[in-house]
Ligand binder design. Structure first.
Ligand code: C2E
Ligand code: MG
Ligand code: MG
Ligand code: MG
Length: 287
């Protein structure tokens, strides 16, 4: 109709908006093809035990190698993947790829270690998740106890579907971690209400450690509460040796952050007998 034509012309008279909308649309189209075009890749960030100074786990972090735009970080496309409802396919690709890679590492490294995979809240509520995880474990041959699934939005763990999935996963032997702990709606009562294997303390708790002595007390309290409920603690975003020392002092189990190692391609992962933390007597120094 004339009315609609007018509407369209009006939109065309806003070149800036049109370009933006078109670019978004193009990117969505590209994202739908990203998996089949083999454009996704995983980088891996070590999780270091503060007592041994060595790598005990690895977190898989997805990146999109766009043919024209180069490397795109997950914050630029995960939300879109959720909105387009392709997050399940993406999550499945990440799981399969990460598990296969971990089995290859286990075949060659001196020690076995955990693989942590981020699961979108949408995917965590989906009953298909159990099948996907089972299939990925079977296809790779990785024992379930080496897999940890990270979930950011703890309210998912309180929904019926989310809770059922978490329980079933733990029965399979898969571990569940609460990511970005301390942000959003997550609180210490979670430890009491749910069976959680690991909490990952958000980096907003780590950053103030250098200039606020009280910050260490808060951390110690979180660590103490987690341990009392049988959960392990990982600190995220550790960028300095001083932060690592304070975390070591309050009994934090594992650390992850740029100070130790950035997320790296599979081939660049440090060996399990390499010391990445100098304040420990048990780790062998690197020759
Ligand atoms: P996250 O799971 O909390 O992952 C930690 C993020 O912090 C990563 O960003 C990591 O590169 C970054 N980081 C690590 N150490 C440091 C540090 O010392 N300082 C600072 N400032 N940052 C550090 P990345 O890779 O950009 O991922 C961002 C988020 O995207 C992740 O946060 C996660 O929520 C999501 N994500 C990543 N991969 C996946 C995936 O495969 N599936 C899903 N659903 N989400 C993913
Ligand atoms: Mg994570
Ligand atoms: Mg996090
Ligand atoms: Mg995060």
């Amino acid at each position: 109709s004339a009315k609609n034509a007018g509407k369209h012309r009006y939109a065309c008279y806003q070149p800036h908006m049109t370009a933006e909308a078109m670019e978004r649309l193009q990117l969505e189209q590209d994202l739908r093809q990203a998996i089949t075009n083999n454009e996704l890749e995983l980088h891996y960030q070590p999780q270091i035990c503060l007592n041994s100074g060595t790598l005990k786990g690895v977190e898989a972090l997805v990146r999109w190698r766009h043919p024209e735009k180069g490397l795109i970080m997950p914050q630029q496309f995960i939300e879109t993947a959720e909105r387009l409802r392709i997050i399940d396919a993406l999550g499945e690709w990440v799981l399969k790829t990460a598990l296969a890679q971990t089995v290859r590492w286990h075949e060659t490294s001196k020690e076995r270690f955990t693989i942590a995979v981020n699961i979108s809240p949408l995917h965590f509520e989906d009953e298909q998740l159990l099948t996907t995880v089972n299939q990925a474990l079977e296809a790779s041959g990785l024992p379930p106890e080496y897999l940890e699934l990270e979930i950011t939005e703890t309210r998912i763990l309180q929904t019926k579907a989310g809770q059922a999935n978490a329980t079933a996963l733990r029965q399979m032997g898969v571990h569940v971690a609460v990511d970005d702990f301390g942000t959003g709606y997550s609180s210490l009562t979670l430890l009491q209400d749910l069976d959680i294997d690991t909490i990952k303390i958000d980096r907003s708790f780590i950053a103030p450690l250098a200039d606020k002595p009280e910050a260490a007390i808060l951390l110690g309290t979180i660590v103490g509460a987690a341990h009392a409920f049988g959960a392990k603690v990982i600190a995220e975003g550790v960028e300095t040796l001083d932060q690592a020392r304070i975390l070591h002092g309050v009994g934090c189990d594992l650390v992850q952050g740029y100070y130790f190692c950035r997320p790296v391609p599979a081939l660049e992962l440090p060996a399990t007998d390499q010391s990445l933390y100098p304040d420990t007597s048990t780790a062998k120094p690197v020759a």
